[in-house]
Structures are given as structure tokens and as C-alpha cells.
Write a protein that binds this ligand. Structure first.
Ligand code: G3I
Length: 318
């Protein structure tokens, strides 16, 4: 068995992937790859608020349920993604329609409805996603404007009530190394834990780019969160590049994937490492960054790249 899953066994770190539900339904090699290679799955889109509550009070859990069932059949855990975010909210959810008091009730109800629906079936939830700006100030969102900064603590308290066994994570990008954003997270997490707020983990998305280079303080950063007793998860790793690819870029990409996994394996409480798609056939990158792509560890034909072997070898070395 030369799967990533087999390589990760015994390391204490689970290997995961984001899952595109249309691909899971339509593409057999994709489906087999998800089942064979990974310990955990994260829905790329189908648990987001706009997907699960398209009209107020009208819920659609069908696609998300399919993923949870698939995971169960394959002995996999699910990372829930995501409850509180500024993006991919339903069109009906606007500040023009609701008062702040109503928005508070709506957010609370959302967390109880979604976590209640999946209660006991989700291993870890990204409760609050991307709450900080790059400079470490809180992002200006519907939640900050309507509810003030306390919305983060409230969301975690509600989430813990809704499903007391689920691990509850903060999650963000550009927070892998030490910088203003990760410093702000460190301060927030300390403060929340001092207040008894149930935050269990810190998610680093890990959207890297070959042409920007890779942060060199990842281990140092993970260590400070680890020392607080907080779990770490790398939640959305991909390493994009400017097209066309060449062997230098592809080798650099492997180093990007490997450097995050090494940091994860070198601390006590890093629980999972998730790639944001495992084949370029279904990657969000080309649609968002013009001229860029090849961001996942396997190409459009499921042929593995050096990054894939680096992940496997890095697991096997520990
Ligand atoms: O569902 C509609 C479909 O009906 C329509 O035909 C199609 C036409 O564009 O759009 C579909 O919606 C798309 C959706 O993905 C589902 O496929 C949206 O346009 C598209 O913008 C959306 O992109 C997702 C993006 O989050 C939205 O912010 C990506 O797939 C997803 O990979 C990406 O994931 C995020 C994480 O959740 C948070 N961290 C960053 C990461 C990358 O942006």
C-alpha cells in the first residue's frame, strides 16, 4: 500500500483533502483517489452557508450529507467548513434586511442548525474563517459591523453548545509564518482561552505560491500555538505557480508542500494536514489567479508530481 494514508499511519497526523462534490459524483478515478489516499475530507463548498440555507429557514443538506456518508463508508473523519465567514453567505443575508439584534439571532440559529444537523458526525469545525486582515486588525465584515468583536467568542460558545464533542478551530491564510496576522491570532487565542472560550485549534490554510517563496518561520509559529496546548491543522494546502510549469517550479512546489508537513510533524499537537484538492483537474486556482495553476500534488490526469512523493516520504521519515 503506497497511499498517503498508509504513509501517515502512526504519525499522529491525519492526511486530508478538500472534496468537490460534483467530481465525487461524476469522476470514478477521483472518487477512488479520495477513498484510497486520505484519512479526512473537507467539503470544498457544500457546507458553506449559501449552500445549506439558500432561502431563510430553507435548508439543503443533501450534498453535505453525501460527503459525510462517503466518509463514514471509507473510515474517514470530516472537517466541517465553515460556519462564520464573510464570503459565500446567502444572498438574503444582508445588513439592509436585518437589525443587528436579528443578525445575532440568525448567526446563532445558523450554528445550531448546521452543527445540530451533523452532530456527532463532524470531527473538527472551522468555526470562524478569515477574521483578520493582513495587518492584524479584525476584518470589516457583516459580523464585526453588526455584532462587534465579541462575535468570535460567541460563535465558539454556541458551537460548543451545539456539538460538545467537535473540535473547534479558527482558520486563516497567510498566517503560516510569524507576521502581523499570526501575531494577532496568537493574542486572540490567548485571550479567548483565558476567558474560557472553547477554542481547540488553529488552522493554517497553507495557500502558497512558488513565485512568492515560502515563509521560513512556520515551525517557530506552530510551536508557539502548540505550547498553548492548542491543536494545529494545516487545512487547505496548495502551492500554485505561474504557467507553464517547469521542473524547477515543480521541485520548488514539492519543497513548499514538504515544509508545512515537516512543521506539522515536529510539534506535539498538529492533528491534520489537508490539501485543497489533490488533482489539478479540480482546483480553484486557475479560476482566480490568471496565468497560474498546477497547484495540487497531482496533475489533471492524476499523475503524481514530486510534491506527492515528498508528502509520502516526509511521513515515512518520522
Ligand atoms: O455553484 C455555482 C454554480 O451553480 C455556477 O454555475 C458556477 C459558475 O461560476 O459557480 C458555482 O459557484 C462556485 C462555487 O465555488 C462552487 O463551485 C463559485 O462561482 C466559486 O466562486 C466558488 O469558489 C470557491 C471559493 O472558495 C469561494 O470563495 C472555491 O471552489 C473554493 O475552493 C474556495 O475555497 C476557499 C476556502 O473556502 C476558504 N479559504 C480560501 C479557499 C480558496 O479561495
Amino acid at each position: 500500500d503506497d497511499s498517503l494514508r498508509a504513509a501517515a499511519r502512526g504519525s499522529g497526523v491525519r492526511i486530508g483533502t478538500a472534496v468537490d462534490m460534483s467530481a465525487l459524483a461524476a469522476d470514478t478515478p477521483y472518487r477512488e483517489g479520495v477513498a484510497r489516499e486520505f484519512d479526512t475530507v473537507t467539503p470544498e463548498n457544500v457546507m458553506k452557508w449559501e449552500a445549506v440555507e439558500p432561502q431563510p429557514g430553507v435548508y439543503d443538506w443533501a450534498a453535505a450529507d453525501r460527503l459525510v456518508d462517503f466518509a463514514r463508508q471509507n473510515g474517514q473523519l470530516v472537517r466541517g467548513h465553515t460556519l462564520v465567514w464573510h464570503s459565500q453567505n446567502p444572498a438574503w443575508l444582508t445588513e439592509a434586511t436585518y437589525t443587528p439584534a436579528q443578525l445575532r439571532t440568525i448567526l446563532r440559529n445558523h450554528i445550531f442548525a448546521e452543527m445540530g444537523h451533523f452532530k456527532g458526525r463532524i470531527w473538527a469545525w472551522d468555526v470562524a474563517n478569515e477574521v483578520f486582515n493582513e495587518d492584524g486588525t479584525l476584518r470589516d465584515t457583516i459580523w464585526l459591523r453588526a455584532l462587534g468583536p465579541g462575535y468570535i467568542a460567541d460563535a465558539f460558545r454556541w458551537a460548543h453548545q451545539a456539538d460538545p464533542k467537535a473540535l473547534l478551530f479558527l482558520n486563516d491564510y497567510n498566517n503560516e509564518g510569524i507576521n502581523a496576522k499570526s501575531d494577532a491570532y496568537f493574542a486572540l487565542v490567548k485571550q479567548l482561552r483565558a476567558q474560557g472560550v472553547p477554542v481547540h485549534g488553529y488552522g493554517m490554510q497553507g495557500h502558497l505560491a512558488v513565485h512568492y517563496g515560502f515563509p521560513d518561520t512556520v515551525l517557530e509559529n506552530v510551536r508557539r500555538f502548540d505550547k498553548l496546548g492548542l491543536k494545529t491543522a494545516f487545512t487547505e494546502v496548495d502551492v500554485r505557480m505561474q504557467l507553464p510549469t517547469d521542473s524547477a517550479k515543480v521541485q520548488a512546489q514539492a519543497e513548499g508542500f514538504g515544509s508545512l508537513l515537516r512543521a506539522c510533524l515536529l510539534v506535539k499537537h498538529c492533528v491534520s494536514y489537508t490539501v485543497w484538492g489533490f488533482t489539478d483537474k479540480y482546483s480553484w486556482v486557475p479560476g482566480v489567479f490568471e496565468g497560474e495553476g498546477s497547484a495540487t500534488p497531482a496533475d489533471e490526469n492524476f499523475q503524481v508530481k514530486p510534491a506527492w512523493n515528498t508528502l509520502r516520504d516526509t511521513f515515512l521519515l518520522v
